[in-house]
Design a binder for this molecule. Sequence first.
Ligand SMILES: [Zn+2]
Length: 199
Amino acid sequence: MEQRLEIRQRFTLAHEIIHTLFFNSLSSPPTPLKETPPLRVLEFMSQLGARILLVPGHLLRKSIGDRFINADSILQLSKEFQVSAEVMVRRIDKLERLRRLQLAVVVAESESENADAKIRAVCYHPTLRPILARPKLFTNLRAWCGDYLDDKFWTEASWERSVRKDAETIRLRKVVLSNERHTFLLEIEHVSSHAVVSR
Ligand SMILES: [Zn+2]
C-alpha cells in the first residue's frame, strides 16, 4: 500500500509540476499565461507531461536495452521508474518501435459485477492488426477480444491460453498486479501463421 501511494503521489506531483509551466512564475503570485489552453486540454497535457517527466524517452530506451517487451518486463520497468503499469504501457506505446512484432499488452481494470474490464492503457504493434485492431482506451475488454477469452479468464489471477483461429495461433496471458488486484495486464501475441493461407 505504501508503495502504491508513493507511486501515485509521484504522478500527482509530476502532474502539478507540468501545470506550473502554464503560469507566469515571474509575477507574484504566479498568474496563468495568456495563451493557456482550455481546462480539458490543460489536464490532458498535464497527464501526458507527467508521464514524460517520470519516464523520459531516452532513459526508457536505455532501460529497455535488449529486453523484450512483455507483461513481465513492463512490470520490471514500472518498478524501476516507480510508476504504475498503466503509465509504463502508455510510454512504451509512444516509443517509435516495440522490439517485438505482433504483440499487444493492455492494462485493464476489472469490473467484477459484469465479468468485464475497462481498457486503461495499451501498447500495440501494428503488425497485430490482421488479428486484432488496436483497442480504444476506456472501452470494454470483452468487446475487443472476448472471443479469445474463456470463463476462467475472468476469475483467475494468472491465466494463459493459446487459441487457434483459421491458420493463426494467438497466445494470451493474464497477469494480475500484486499491488492492485483489480488491475491486470493482458499480453496478446500472434505466434504463428502459415506463410500461404488457402481458403
Ligand atoms: Zn490537473
